[in-house]
Ligand binder design. Structure first.
Ligand code: SF4
Length: 121
């Protein structure tokens, strides 16, 4: 026992205890992160991010069909001024989701992809 009334054994026990709590916290945070990553992967499997809205569920598509969305860089919300699926000649009207003769799965009228072609007027 030292002058503070703390024995070496007590000190080591407390230190190990703190380390154990720290390790447990670390492992729990890793577990949470892994679950979040798993959930993210599930969302990716469903399709695009929440920006895709009601037309983001691609769970019924084959991998090949899903690939048409990826290879044409389809997004559920266009950021390209004046270009939307709704004014693309390949868009097949539907609400809330249409379809497309090129990109498979539900298509958001507000979406966009690199294959956009102006609708004939
Ligand atoms: S081809 Fe046209 S309708 Fe089809 S996803 Fe691309 S922009 Fe939308």
């Amino acid at each position: 026992m030292n002058e503070n009334g703390l024995s070496r054994r007590s000190f080591l026990s407390m230190t190990l205890g703190c380390l154990s709590v720290g390790c447990a916290s670390f492992l729990l945070s890793c577990q949470k992160k892994t679950e979040a990553e798993r959930q993210g992967a599930t969302e990716m499997a469903k399709g695009e991010s929440a920006a895709g809205g009601p037309c983001a569920d691609v769970s019924g598509l084959t991998e090949q069909e899903k690939q048409t969305r990826v290879s044409n860089a389809y997004v559920g919300k266009s950021t390209t001024e004046g270009k939307f699926c709704s004014n693309c000649s390949l868009f097949i009207e539907g609400r809330p989701c249409g379809t497309c003769s090129l990109v498979k799965g539900p298509i958001n009228p507000d979406g966009y992809c690199t294959a956009w072609v102006a609708k004939a007027t």
